[in-house]
Design a binder for this molecule. Sequence first.
Ligand code: PAF
Length: 288
Amino acid sequence: MITQLARDAEELHALPRQGRRAVVMTMGALHEGHATLVREARRLAGPDGQVVVTVFVNPLQFGPGEDLDRYPRTLDADVLLAEQAGADVVFAPAADEVYPGGEPQVRVTAGPMGERLEGASRPGHFDGVLTVVAKLLHLTGPDLALFGQKDAQQLALIRRMARDLNFPVEIVGVPTVREGDNLALSSRNRYLSDADRASALELSRALLTGAAALEAGPAAVRRSARVVLDAAAAMEPPVVLDYLALVDPADFTEVADDHSGEAVLAVAARVGTTRLIDNVHLTFGERR
Ligand code: PAF
């Protein structure tokens, strides 16, 4: 299959539309995690459907001092990877196509859920994400849109936006893809030196250690994960913890110690100059 490249909305809309359309939104620098999303999109859209991958580094979701300028831009390689994974179309618009006239005055607001965890560390980040996701949903008009569970809070907010604002689209979450050593795949992993990477592995180790305490309840899960991260703070380079949280996936508030049902154990930390996030989903049984 030859993947078509559309550089603006006119080119995208000129392409014939066929069957169910599935969209995978990315900021480029595609890796195996994105390939998994595209393959799942292909499966869900079916052989007669259409898979669209968007590639757009969204300035609105980067805060001052974040890595917008050094964010990798690798469109040729991205188109190749998207094609190999089964995409029909790559939509890679320029910034002035998505934001004609500069930054939009009217934006989507993520609300309180967007101010917790990632939102507390990155003020305005989720308003930027939701604004561009809303725009890309309008531009691509998909039946379904797939997002990785690695960005658990983002996925929860996109689901919420689709529900609260009546977007006629099915939002599908796809499990995190990990390397052999358990590091969650991320475009930012390419910034890690060997030493950074050894420290970074403590994030997934903390989550797995926390998850292993599931039967003992939320307090034990938090405590067990924290022990690993405390030790990782003394490594070289250190794991500089931003947050470790055990939250309700519906609103990203901390769960109580007697919580039963779904929860997300989420971590964010800086290793060297790279900020990493990871999470695992847990289901707590009834507590006596
Ligand atoms: O997850 C990402 O890569 C981005 O936040 C997204 C959803 C493509 C919006 O820019």
